[in-house]
Write a protein of this length. Structure first.
Length: 165
């Protein structure tokens, strides 16, 4: 049987599978299982999970920035290798934005390292999808914030989003 992708709001019961998926998706930083449980609990309303049959094949953790509630910060995006190239990551972002329609998201922020081509392509596509400009600037820098141990994370801001598109 050809199984479909099912998109849904995660719950605590997804936390363990999320931690396994993140582990299988370098270059994402792995988190403690406890962190993934919090994402699936406190941030569930602005996060999304995707299953194909029993398998968790996609996950985005995101939240509204506390002092900028119109801005959705996308924390991590993970798609299992077997499910890549079908537009799943872009559809997950659209799913969250659509779910939040009652209190519209006007901006999307994320951070990306200069080398992560897949991420740049993904967020470039999101900007196009919503007819919005994409701005970038250094946020967490290699020397100042990561003691030279991690590449600089650039802050990417997309918006204002045209939600009528
Ligand atoms: C990045 C990732 C989430 C993309 O998932 P996906 O479901 O295959 O992405 P989509 O199919 O929605 O593709 C979105 C865009 O990115 C492009 N893209 C996807 N993977 C790419 C890659 N490895 N290199 C270059 N471009 C890529 C697609 O072609 C598409 O662009 P287009 O509309 O111009 O064709 C997935 O590869 C992944 O989990 N990677 C490992 C973890 C990671 O790097 N996460 C991103 C951190 S935000």
């Amino acid at each position: 049987m050809n199984q479909q992708f099912v998109f849904y709001q995660p719950s605590m019961d997804d936390g363990w599978d999320v931690s396994q998926l993140i582990r299988a998706c370098p270059p994402l930083d792995t988190n403690s299982v406890y962190c993934n449980l919090l994402q699936c609990h406190h941030f569930a309303g602005t996060s999304v999970a995707v299953r194909k049959g029993d398998d968790l094949v996609g996950f985005i953790s995101a939240y509204r920035i506390p002092d900028k509630p119109e801005t959705l910060f996308v924390w991590q995006v993970a798609v299992a290798e077997s499910a890549r190239g079908h537009g799943l990551a872009s559809q997950m972002i659209e799913h969250i934005v659509a779910r939040e329609a009652a209190q519209p998201v006007r901006y999307i922020e994320t951070t990306i390292t200069a080398e992560n081509e897949a991420s740049w392509a993904l967020f470039g596509r999101v900007a196009k999808r919503y007819g919005a400009p994409l701005a970038r600037e250094d946020l967490f820098t290699k020397e100042q914030h990561f003691a030279g141990q991690h590449d600089t994370e650039l802050l990417v801001t997309i918006g204002p989003l045209d939600l009528t598109r």
